[in-house]
Design a binder for this molecule. Sequence first.
Ligand code: 5GP
Length: 145
Amino acid sequence: MSLHGTYDEQNIFAKIIRGEAPCYKLYEDEDVLAFLDLFPQSYGHCLVIPKHAPARNLLEIDDANLAKLMAVVRKLTQAVVDELEPAGVQVAQFNGAPAGQTVFHIHVHIVPRYEGDKLGIHATHQGDAEELKALQARLVKRING
Ligand code: 5GP
C-alpha cells in the first residue's frame, strides 16, 4: 500500500526542508531544494525535492511544482556532468516500496555513472563525511559559477 497513503510530515525530507535535520545542501530556491544523498550509490549522487508540495510520489504532485522540480533536476544534472565528468548519468524517481522507494516525499535521484563502476546498494552505506563535504563544495562552486 506504500503507493497510496497519507503524507507524513515527519518524514526525513520534510525535516530537512524545515531545517530540523541536516543535509549537504547544493541548491535552494523558493520552491526546490537539492542536496547530496547521505548513502550515495555513486560519487556525486544527488537528490532534488519540492519544498511546498506535500506529495509522496509522482502521482500526487501538482504540475506547477513538478515543472519547477524538473527544471532544477536538469540544471543540477548539467552541473554534475560538467564538474564530475561521468561517462553517464541516471535520473531516477521511485513510486512505492516495491519500486524501491524508501522515503515518502517525492524526490528525484541524480546518479553519475563511471566507466567500469558498479552501482552501490540502494540507501545502505553512509558516505564519508569529509568526502561528502568536499564534494558539496565542488558542486556548489560549479552551480554558482
Ligand atoms: P528512495 O529509496 O525513496 O527513492 O530514495 C531515498 C534516498 O534518500 C536514498 O537514496 C537514501 O540513501 C537517501 N536518504 C535516506 N535518508 C537520508 C538522509 O537522512 N539524508 C539524505 N541526504 N539522504 C537520505
